[in-house]
Design a protein around this ligand. Structure first.
Ligand code: AN0
Ligand code: CP
Length: 315
């Protein structure tokens, strides 16, 4: 594997899961792979989990990890080619990317959807410039349309907690005060479909995800109906795709509470975090024994380490 930007970069889901459980059981067993190798982690946006877990994963594999917060201390970067750079951005990605590539053996990039242009976001303009000009493998640490390290950790977590071979997994939209990208839900749908779980996606009308992710899967607009008999509830807010970047609803009836959880099959509650309590999910649900948000976040080290191991092995 060279780059990691989606589920399609994996050799197979089965191989990836085997690698994940291998590094989970033996985190320090592969340090020879990363000796004298450097990973640069570039953040255009904030992060707690991705920043810590990816550094830890790199260090577990014997790599050096360098973190760069682009908007705090580095030059602000222009991403669009052809613009006259007379604004607030003194450097272009076209120089910055190969420079970073000359210092790094692997680069991790976090760059959210800007919501300025649906076309630029869905063409992954920033991530693709890294792939094109860095000369080294690129790992998405959440790009405009996908968050594959998160979805991989979610998959590992579901495999650990599931009681039946093909669990019912429900992705539910929930309200949030600010417009959030579709990267997490897009990616979650992509990975859950690849795993062939019984996936149900529920959200208010107007929040349909892009057809390239949903395929032939149709949303269930009745949240209570979606929750019936579910084994896993995965909550997430996202802004509209069709009315791009807009908030169409803040309906608190969609907040995950015991009212909905009580009709599930004692479902486990999941969220990628950070989560706004009593907007996305009530205190009692996220604090209940069925909430697995902390082991889910802990598996971010596992997914990152499995990905970095596969990339290091093919350098
Ligand atoms: C981001 C998002 O929704 O994509 C990151 C989630 C991992 N969340 C926020 O910005 C709150
Ligand atoms: N889940 C996740 O990616 O969290 P951070 O934004 O804190 O990295």
């Amino acid at each position: 594997m060279r780059h990691f930007t989606s589920v399609y970069d994996l050799p197979s889901l089965e191989v990836a899961l085997n690698e994940a459980f291998l590094v989970k059981n033996n985190p320090f067993g592969f340090q020879h792979l990363g000796k004298n190798k450097t990973m640069v982690l570039m953040f255009f946006n904030s992060s707690l989990r991705t920043r810590l877990s990816t550094q830890k994963a790199a260090q577990n594999l014997g790599m050096n990890a360098i973190v760069l917060d682009v908007n705090q201390g580095a030059w602000k970067l222009e991403t669009e080619r052809g613009v006259i750079m007379d604004g607030d951005k003194p450097e272009h990605l076209l120089e910055a990317v190969p420079v970073i590539g000359s210092y790094a053996d692997i680069i991790g990039v976090r760059s959210f959807a800007s919501f300025e242009s649906k076309e630029a976001d869905y063409n992954e303009v920033v991530l693709n410039q890294f792939i094109k000009y860095a000369g080294v493998p690129i790992v998405s640490m959440e790009a405009a349309t996908r968050h594959p390290l998160q979805s991989f950790a979610d998959l590992v977590t579901i495999e650990e907690y599931k009681k039946v071979k093909r669990p019912k997994v429900v992705l539910t939209w929930a309200p949030h005060p600010r417009a959030l990208p579709q990267a997490v839900p897009n990616s979650f749908v992509e990975w859950m479909r690849a795993a062939d779980y019984d996936l149900v996606v529920t959200h208010p009308e107007g929040y349909e995800l892009a057809p390239e992710f949903m395929g032939d899967l149709k949303p269930e607009y009745d949240q209570m109906k979606a929750f019936e008999g579910a084994d896993f509830i995965y909550a997430k807010n996202w802004a509209s795709y069709s009315d791009y970047g807009k908030i169409l609803s803040k309906d608190m009836n969609w907040t995950v509470s015991t009212r909905q959880m009580d009709i599930t099959n004692e479902a486990k509650f999941m969220h990628c975090l950070p989560v706004r309590r009593n907007m996305i999910v009530t205190d009692d649900v996220i604090e209940s024994p069925n909430s697995i948000v902390i082991p889910e976040a802990a598996n971010r080290v596992v997914s990152a380490q499995a990905v970095l191991k596969m990339i290091l092995e093919s350098l």
